[in-house]
Design a protein around this ligand. Structure first.
Ligand SMILES: [Fe+2]
Length: 181
């Protein structure tokens, strides 16, 4: 009796999985180059705005002296408003197709505002107010540069956002400066 041939396993062809639809490229009517440039500008703005936010909150905690009550309250109003705006800026970067910086290390690298430690030898209230004037003005300068880049790239939402932030930070700078005059 002839040995029956061992059954050869027929390799079943794997049915290809339906290709997952990949995310389409960002195509919102702004060139890739312009989107990158605007997102970079917004990242610098976010770093400045975050550093100023933290400094304002730091001074809310650590302010002392005869101006305590009014400055403690004023700083709280400012940092609370700034906190909400940070989210708008970061989400605009995402809408342009890029990642938002989101760590202290990145912010320190990108910001033009020096930090102020809240240690026991904390600055006096006048020095705090002076630093916040300077910080708000630094934020304004970065906003102005980013606004120009966005305007050149016909990115109206970023122009609008930077205009709003300029309006607010110029007002903060004026109010804070008035305390020293
Ligand atoms: Fe508080």
């Amino acid at each position: 009796m002839a040995k029956s041939k061992p059954a050869t396993k027929t390799k079943k062809k794997a049915t290809p999985l339906a290709a997952a639809p990949s995310a389409p490229n960002v195509d919102i009517g702004i060139s890739t180059g312009a989107r990158k440039e605007i997102a970079d500008g917004l990242s610098h703005f976010l770093a400045d705005a975050y550093t100023l936010y933290l400094k304002t909150h730091n001074f809310h905690w650590n302010v002392t002296g005869p101006m305590f009550n009014s400055l403690h309250t004023m700083f709280e109003g400012q940092y609370t408003e700034q906190w909400g705006a940070l989210d708008e800026v970061a989400e605009r970067i995402r809408a342009l197709g890029y990642n938002a910086p989101g760590s202290y290390a990145e912010f320190v690298k990108l910001t033009s505002i020096p930090e102020e430690p809240g240690l026991s030898n904390s600055a006096d209230w006048k020095e705090m107010v002076r630093q916040l004037v300077v910080g708000n003005e630094a934020v304004c300068r970065t906003a102005r540069v980013t606004l120009k880049t966005a305007d050149d790239g016909h990115d109206d939402p970023t122009v609008d956002l930077m205009t709003q932030r300029l309006n607010t930070h110029e007002k903060y700078a004026w109010m804070l400066r008035s305390l020293l005059q």
